[in-house]
Design a protein around this ligand. Structure first.
Ligand SMILES: [Zn+2]
Length: 188
């Protein structure tokens, strides 16, 4: 059941009693220092965490993103949201304390890489097309799952965020600042 905010609370593991209207969070844009910091593992699976996750999912959907990681909204814990592709449809999914256990398919999957924290900049990039990831759900239960192709690509991008890495780190700050400034100006 998806509510008026596009959130499927059952799938997110959030019970009815914990529902709140989600907030659209501010996404920090590169080079905000949050984006180059490493995050820590989630140890408390409480209502605050679930509420933060609901806000992150809502924020990702509102911005038409394929993924969002904690540091992008200043939540410095190991949480990533992806908009998981399945047979042409998309479903928000949360991965807590995600860890790539194994590259299961080394063949490259090409994609135009972009990021909500680097508005207006895209780069053709290849990443391994299969990864096995361990993660916790919102109830604190650990699972291991394989992700392929686009989902594998997006998860690798989001997990990089948890390590303080952004896909544009190799570009000059000056060039990127100009691009972002231009894009943000157009929006307003
Ligand atoms: Zn990103």
């Amino acid at each position: 059941m998806i509510d008026q905010y596009g959130l499927d609370y059952k799938m997110l593991g959030i019970s009815g009693a914990e529902r709140l209207a989600p907030d659209r969070l501010t996404i920090f844009t590169w080079p905000d220092p949050h984006l180059s910091e490493k995050t820590i593992d989630v140890t408390v699976f409480d209502g605050y965490l679930k509420n933060t996750i609901a806000n992150m999912v809502y924020t990702m959907l509102q911005n038409n993103g394929l993924g969002l990681a904690g540091p992008q909204v200043g939540f410095m814990q190991n949480v990533v949201i992806i908009n998981k592709e399945f047979n042409g449809d998309y479903f928000p999914m949360v991965l807590i304390n995600p860890k790539i256990e194994e590259i299961s398919f080394k063949e490259s999957f090409p994609m135009r890489e972009g990021c909500l924290s680097v508005p207006g900049y895209f780069e053709d990039r290849e990443r391994p097309s299969g990864v096995i990831v361990s993660y916790y759900n919102t109830k604190g239960k650990e699972t291991i799952e394989e992700f392929r192709n686009q989902n594998a690509f997006v998860i690798q991008h989001e997990i990089d965020h948890l390590h303080g890495k952004v896909f544009v780190d190799h570009l000059s700050k000056l060039k990127l600042k100009r691009i972002i400034k231009k894009t943000l100006k157009k929006k307003h």
